[in-house]
Write a protein that binds this ligand. Sequence first.
Ligand code: NAD
Ligand code: TYD
Length: 357
Amino acid sequence: MKSKKILVTGGAGFIGSAVVRHLINDTNDQVINVDKLTYAGNLESLTPVSDNPRYTFEEVDICDAKEIKRLFKQHQPDIIMHLAAESHVDRSIDGPGDFIQTNILGTYNLLEQARDYWTNLQPEKKTGFRFHHISTDEVYGDLEGTDDLFTETTPYAPSSPYSASKASSDHIVRAWNRTFKLPTIITNCSNNYGPYHFPEKLIPLVILNALAGKPLPVYGKGNQIRDWLYVEDHARALVLVAICGKIGETYNIGGRNEKQNIDVVNTICELLEELAPNKPKGINNYKDLITFVMDRAGHDMRYAIDASKIQKELGWTPQETFESGIGKTVQWYLDNQEWCKHIQDGSYQRERLVNYS
Ligand code: NAD
Ligand code: TYD
């Protein structure tokens, strides 16, 4: 297949870096990684591919219209994969401003610059152009029943400032397709986990806190349900959609791995008993570190994705089960203590972000 120029926003983040590593390792495409390097962006996650001549890094804020215009002009991309966002629900409760700025206004800016660039392209390049917006299942809100699943037609009902900002960006993307005919595609995915995950999210936080002998904070009763997908399965799905997805469509992506938070935490503790039996001083059992703490405000009870559309139409299926993926993930954190140390040299030390007192 002819090599494409793919501009990835947020390529230094958790999922973006998996997309960039996949593109460089498994395709012949060129990648322009556009990232502001917030607390969540880390160029060390790209060390395996950063010397490749098909990889370029641009430290740019997606809200900066002048710089985004320059990037389109200079790099002449064929495809935009837009992942840059503020992504942590707890941070959005603590301070929603950055979420409105990056997730809504940043997406609007990127769309406007893409529209201007696309409008002036030569016919062949114009026909092939795609703007792929990467979003979350959290836009659909809280599932009530135990059997319900989010489909592509489930009405939006976001609960947190994070999910509301992502819902808003999805609506704006759809409007740019309908009104201006900009060739957009949207994907909404469930909770990801895997290597290079910033340790403020449940799974890496629990692994690193357990290894340090610190409390493992479980919100409320720990009975909330999330549908977990291994990040490399998501990265493969995203590249498939960007290249083969139908313009104007939405695809839900998920692993049908619904787990209660407490079961996820228990599984990690059991894996660590096996893989890291030398515990910190005074700790007999990793599970003894589990600490139930005050629940998150507005906490959604259950998310679960129906991914049958992407499976039927594009032939994507996840390769990892939760059991295989979580085993790989725990082992990765044990083998990559340097990455973990460097990422925590900054201001965030795995403290709880929202003060509920
Ligand atoms: P992340 O927080 O790990 O990474 C976000 C990246 O975006 C970082 O590298 C950061 O530096 C960059 N960024 C933030 N603001 C920017 C700005 N103004 N300009 C340029 N770059 C900026 O997030 P993630 O978990 O990798 O999520 C990536 C995308 O996938 C997000 O859009 C998120 O909503 C979506 N998503 C995430 C999950 C999940 O479980 N993590 C699930 C579904 C969808
Ligand atoms: P998180 O990883 O923050 O992802 P999201 O909020 O986007 O689903 O949280 C996953 C689940 O774990 C969520 O129900 C909140 C819960 N949680 C805890 O119980 N303790 C924690 O320390 C964190 C960060 C999350």
